[in-house]
Design a protein around this ligand. Structure first.
Ligand code: C2O
Ligand code: CU
Length: 467
């Protein structure tokens, strides 16, 4: 940890003394006509709180978080993207089982859009649920500076009306002593080899500790999205009085309490909660992911004596079900980082020396290979069921993500799970194994990487092909 790292307590003191305020406009409409959206990546100046020095963020349309894109399930979405930054960038639609050409991965599915140029994304979102979009070129830098937003796919008949459907985007920032985004620390190799670049302050929808107004006796859907580069957050769902209705955009059969408390939400993961405040007592949203719990938002409950209405029935997306009688098995060993047993990885077809691995910042690997090789990690036949055994041979937790597919988590550390949840990103502890399964039904080149963006850039990034 560098000496200049500022404590959260001091920042919070400064920000709360002056009342949290973010200077960017709140609402910028991105929708031009039905299902057509304009997103422009550009630099925007923002104050994290009154009295803070201005931060230069990179945003979509000048807002933080980027404009919420919301369409109905099955609709064709058009996004006309313009890059007004000085660096090339692209947009990835996280969690969408998308047409491969539109996946937005610079260097794999498209060339990054150069400064001053445009790119049109056109795709259908087959699943209703909570998704998000973010930059996918040098993501460790672009996402850290603010290039992300929510992508909400409504059910054909939405379960909740807009007033009862609330998006909660959680991000982690590192501010300097003046309360300004600490850009000098972006890209530091020491952090890449550890838990990634962690911040000292957490925003919810771009604000510090916002108040979120809810009515007593009314039921809300809260769509929580962790867009942090590397920070794992955690909530006590039971203490909130909430129930879980979806993970990573896929609704469960019925709402449920959790028996694993707190619930950890890794980078890129989403959880949808259903909450009905029963009294007028305010409900703090507290992050339990660090040594000291602290509130990141406050639900302020307004009195309402109307009776509680029955909760809507959840509808589920139809996903291809793995068929284990004809499955193909693969293994991925997650390696590297500080305190690693790995030695140096293979990078661009060549076995590096330890010094080369440090110099090129390729310090993580999947099956001994750092980052994208010319050849895919595996070639899959369309329609096959794939089972992948992940083993985390590092000293750190990781948030593994697969593009273009949702998978079932079938077992952990050798124990088969009764309830096999659909996810697009899962957390794996050090010295643990996790087994996932999915049907390789989506043609193309797909990325598989750690969503701790420094880890991905540092080598924990590979691809597979479905033909
Ligand atoms: Cu959220 Cu490779 O992406
Ligand atoms: Cu990782």
């Amino acid at each position: 940890m560098s000496k200049t790292k500022i404590s959260r307590r001091n920042l919070l003191k400064a920000s709360l003394a002056t009342m949290a305020a973010v200077s960017l406009p709140k609402l910028v409409l991105a929708m031009a006509e039905e299902n057509v959206f304009y997103l422009t990546a550009k630099k925007s100046s923002l104050l994290f709180f009154n009295g803070a020095a201005a931060s230069e963020l990179w945003t979509y349309n000048g807002v933080l978080s980027g404009p919420e894109i919301r369409v109905k399930q099955g609709a064709e979405i058009t996004v006309i993207f313009e890059n007004q930054l000085d660096e090339a960038t692209s947009i990835h639609w996280h969690g969408i089982r998308i047409d491969n050409k539109m996946d937005g991965v610079s260097g794999l599915t498209q060339e990054a859009v150069p400064p001053g140029e445009k790119f049109t994304y056109k795709f259908v979102a087959p699943d209703a649920g909570t998704f998000w979009y973010h930059a996918h070129n040098m993501s460790w830098s672009h996402v850290a500076r603010g290039l992300y937003g929510a992508l909400i796919i409504d059910e054909k008949t939405p379960l909740f009306d807009p007033d009862h459907d609330i998006t909660i985007i959680v991000d982690d920032w590192r501010l300097d002593a003046q309360g300004r985004l600490d850009v000098d620390s972006i890209g530091g190799v020491k952090e890449w080899a550890h838990s990634g670049r962690l911040g000292n302050i957490i925003t919810v929808n771009g604000e510090l500790r916002p108040n979120i107004l809810l009515n007593q006796n009314e039921t809300y859907r809260l769509r929580v999205i962790n867009v942090a580069n590397s920070r794992i957050i955690a909530f006590d769902i039971n203490q909130l009085g909430a129930e879980i209705i979806a993970y990573d955009g896929q609704t469960l059969g019925s709402p449920r309490k959790t028996n694993h408390s707190p619930l950890f939400l890794g980078p890129a993961q989403r959880v949808d909660l259903m909450l009905t405040p029963k009294s007028t007592q305010n409900i703090p949203l507290s992050n339990l992911g660090d040594a000291e719990p602290y509130n990141i938002a406050n639900f302020v409950i307004q009195e309402n004596s109307a009776p509680i209405k029955p909760t809507p029935r959840l509808t589920r997306n139809i996903l291809p079900i793995p068929d284990f009688t004809q499955a193909e098995f693969h293994k991925i060993i997650i390696q590297g980082g500080a305190m690693s047993r790995m030695g140096a990885p293979i990078y661009k077809g060549k076995k590096l020396t330890i010094i080369e691995s440090m110099e090129s910042q390729q310090i993580w690997a999947l099956n001994g290979i750092a980052n994208l090789d010319d050849k895919p990690m595996f070639d899959l036949k369309q329609g096959k069921t794939i089972v992948i055994d992940f083993k985390n041979d590092t000293s750190f937790r990781h948030a593994m993500h697969i593009h273009g597919h949702h998978f079932k988590i079938i077992s952990g550390n050798g124990v088969t799970y009764d309830e096999q949840l659909w996810k697009d990103t899962f957390l794996i502890n050090p010295n643990s194994t996790i087994q996932i399964a999915f049907v390789a039904d989506n043609l193309g080149k797909w990325l598989l990487h750690c969503h701790m963006l420094e880890h991905a850039a540092g080598g924990m990034n590979t691809w597979f092909r479905i033909t």
